[in-house]
Design a protein around this ligand. Structure first.
Ligand SMILES: NC(=O)c1ccc[n+]([C@@H]2O[C@H](COP(=O)([O-])OP(=O)(O)OC[C@H]3O[C@@H](n4cnc5c(N)ncnc54)[C@H](O)[C@@H]3O)[C@@H](O)[C@H]2O)c1
Length: 483
């Protein structure tokens, strides 16, 4: 097979959702967003090719091996590799030749100055401009700053002009992605909304057709808007979510001083329809591949526009403080003497349901404890392979195959990720395994009163009290009257 040929489509079309108006779609980037987009568009009936420059990744995908954990995605990829609607390639020629719609879903990491690094996005634009032979719709799905679609248009236009093909028509649209790692397939298939930024009506109509089953069957809101507004909407959404978390973390700090538990406040606030219940958990800080970098990129955009936006700075500052809180509490519990202490750490991934370690708060905790001379014994249900790689060169970090192995002989336990497994753990056994008696809960995983009854000291983000070991819960006022 020539390098620029696609693997042959399997013979029979998949029986699910046959579509007369199926589109030929190319997705550049086989990461979280690109793979989910490709597999889900195949599920919607389209004929999809996913291209990635990482040859090893493409080869693994051809064997249906995924580069990361994402529930439901392996099944979808296997189904549509078999149906012939989903193919993988590392050939830019084959990729550009395939799709009438070409999605750009490559990474946009933070550059040194915090701005979104657009080098991969613009490399794809160049690859398209250098190879396209007929009209295409190019769609930015990567999270990109306002004005990027114009830069993509310029790069494609310049490449066409160099080839003497300035006559070839194309459009550039923005269709930001709002999926969440861990529930990405469900998020894509049942989105709250589809944001479609396009300045030309035919581009908008083509995008609408592409997503039509989601709009008709899953009830997603169709949100057509200008390209620039679509680009901004993605950043504004992520920064709003980060703001809610940081505000709750500030409230938690004050609540601890005033003797107020944040769980109760969250329930009271979240039931207000204007506020809603989501993203209101106080904790040990947000992480992941999106919120931190998108906030930085928006700050950078503001700076480039000559603006200082104090809210944006505050959100980030609060998060940094929050990520260092747990290690600070551990140090306080041991009067600053951590040398030789063994600290168990539950949860490495930035959130449950994923093995993604990007900007995970666990890293701040680990680095700080190890720098203070402690030994960290960590467990995570999914992220251990990635963590073993990351901490290979850091003496003082060990891994345990299960939560009990991590707490064996530990002076303290720190909970950083709210995996359901940790909520359901046998705390009697944990107590028996531990040498010390401190539990620091960064995610509201444990029930402090019950743990205190087992002889543990508990300090938890969002809780007003530091729960002392072996202190029976205070009798409830009025309990006698209720008898
Ligand atoms: N991960 C998320 O939860 C999420 C959610 C919404 C939006 N986003 C945004 O989507 C974009 C992609 O994020 P991701 O997490 O999927 O990234 P990722 O790092 O998981 O994957 C990016 C992929 O792009 C490939 N790539 C790089 N240059 C390429 C090129 N020139 N041609 C083809 N492939 C190329 C890389 O090899 C990699 O496989 C980012 O802008 C991100 O901010 C991510």
């Amino acid at each position: 097979m020539r390098q620029d040929e696609l693997p042959a489509a399997a013979a029979a079309p998949h029986p699910l959702r046959p579509r007369r108006d199926a589109e030929a779609v190319t997705v550049f980037g086989a990461g979280y967003v690109g793979l989910v987009t490709g597999a889900c568009l195949a599920e919607l009936g389209h004929d999809v090719v996913v291209m990635d420059t990482d040859a090893a990744r493409v080869a693994a995908l051809a064997r249906a091996e995924l580069p990361f954990h994402e529930p439901g995605l392996p099944e979808l990829i296997r189904t549509h590799a078999a149906s012939g609607r989903l193919r993988f390639t590392e050939s830019a020629e084959a990729a550009v030749a395939h799709g009438r719609v070409q999605f750009i879903a490559v990474g946009t990491p933070a550059g040194e100055d915090g701005s979104a690094d657009l080098r991969h996005v613009l490399a794809v634009a160049r690859a398209i401009g250098e190879r396209m032979t007929r009209e295409v719709l190019v769609v930015d799905k990567s999270t990109v700053p306002v004005g990027t679609a114009e830069r993509v248009r310029e790069v494609i236009g310049a490449a066409l002009a160099r080839r003497g093909r300035a006559d070839l028509p194309f459009a550039v649209a923005s269709n930001p992605e709002f999926l969440k790692e861990g529930t990405a397939v469900a998020d894509f298939m049942q989105p709250d909304r589809v944001v479609a930024g396009a300045d030309a009506p035919p581009a908008l109509a083509l995008l609408h057709r592409l997503y039509e089953p989601l709009l008709r069957e899953a009830g997603a809101h169709w949100m057509p808007m200008s390209v620039r507004a679509a680009e901004f909407t993605k950043y504004a959404s992520n920064v709003m979510l980060a703001a809610r978390i940081s505000l709750m973390n500030d409230f938690a700090l004050l609540g601890a001083e005033l003797g107020v538990d944040m769980d109760e406040v969250r329930a009271g606030m979240g039931s207000d329809l204007r506020i809603g219940p989501h993203m209101l958990h106080a904790g040990c800080g947000y992480g992941g591949s999106c919120l931190p970098k998108d906030l930085r990129a928006l700050r950078r955009s503001a700076a480039e526009a000559g603006l200082t936006l104090p809210m944006l700075e505050a959100i980030e500052g609060v998060n940094e403080r929050q990520k260092s809180l747990l290690a600070q509490w551990v140090a306080e519990a041991f009067d600053g003497h951590l040398a030789g202490r063994r600290i168990a750490l539950w949860g490495l991934a930035f959130k449950p349901g994923t093995d993604d370690l990007r900007e995970a708060p666990s890293d701040t905790v680990i680095q700080s404890l190890v720098a203070a001379g402690a030994e960290v014994v960590a467990h995570d249900p999914l992220a251990m392979p990635a963590a073993r790689q990351r901490y290979a060169g850091l003496p003082g970090v060990r891994f345990a195959a299960d939560p009990f192995g991590a707490v064996a002989g530990a002076d303290a336990l720190v909970i950083v990720t709210e995996w359901p497994q940790f909520r359901a753990v046998d705390w009697h056994k944990v107590r028996r395994c531990m040498a010390g008696d401190w539990v620091f809960d960064g995610r509201g995983v444990c029930e402090p009163v019950a743990l205190a009854a087992l002889g543990l000291h508990v300090r938890a983000v969002g809780r007003a009290t530091v729960y002392a070991a072996a202190v029976a819960p205070a009798p409830q006022p009025g309990a006698e009257m209720a008898k």
